[in-house]
Design a protein around this ligand. Structure first.
Ligand code: URA
Length: 210
């Protein structure tokens, strides 16, 4: 099976990602930058989705047009940092449905623990996008994908802002069918499972916690 990783190297994304990394960027700017990067990512992540041919009446004549079936997409942020990406993606595609999955990393073992999962009811007719800014060890991503697959979606994509080589490998070892979309692939992980050079703890930086 083809394992796909899409890295967006657009100059605007690089510029905004650099600001996001900076330790001097306060939470208000961090949230805005995550949203702006997500607005740009959404175009690439949905590039291969089908559109319906429809007819449209302009003020002058009838012509052919397209309808994008946003209601057949489900965005699933991994709580809580995934909410930052959700804000941008749902602004571009407001008709997408939204699920939530709550997973935290056990600080000592870095194992993922699920504490919440709620999905809309149309999953078998939908394509699911799992959202998390950081693909680090891959443990949360693998657990979230496993859980979402129990609902039988048409397909699953994973959307992040930074990925580590370790996280990409872990995700694709378990789920080779899941395409990964990221703004950059960083060097690796430190002993605490943080991405290097990274941007720190995305949840804390989004919400101003420690
Ligand atoms: N989660 C984060 O928020 N940051 C990392 O570097 C790794 C996981």
């Amino acid at each position: 099976m083809q394992k796909s990783v899409h890295v967006f190297e657009h100059p605007l994304i690089r510029h905004k990602l650099t600001k996001l990394r900076s330790v001097d960027t306060p939470p208000s700017d961090f949230r805005r930058l995550v949203k702006e990067i997500s607005l740009l990512l959404v175009y690439e992540t949905t590039r291969d989705l089908p559109v319906q041919d429809i007819e449209v009446q302009t003020p002058l004549e009838k012509t052919r047009g397209y309808h994008f079936e946003g209601e057949k997409l489900i965005f699933v942020p991994i709580l809580r940092a995934g909410l930052g990406i959700l804000e941008g993606m749902s602004e571009v595609i407001p008709s997408a449905r939204i699920g939530h999955i709550g997973i935290y990393r056990e600080p000592k073992t870095l194992e993922s623990v699920e504490y919440y999962a709620k999905m809309p009811d149309n999953v078998p007719a939908s394509q699911v996008f799992i959202l998390d800014p950081m693909l680090a060890t891959g443990n949360s991503a693998v657990a979230a994908i496993q859980r979402i697959k129990e609902f039988n979606p048409i397909s699953v994509k994973f959307v992040c802002i930074l990925a580590s080589p370790e996280g990409i490998k872990a995700l694709h070892d378990e789920h080779p069918d899941v395409a990964i979309y990221t703004a950059a692939i960083d060097r690796g992980l430190n002993e605490k499972g943080y991405i290097l050079p990274g941007l720190g703890d995305a949840g804390d930086r989004l919400f101003g916690t420690k």
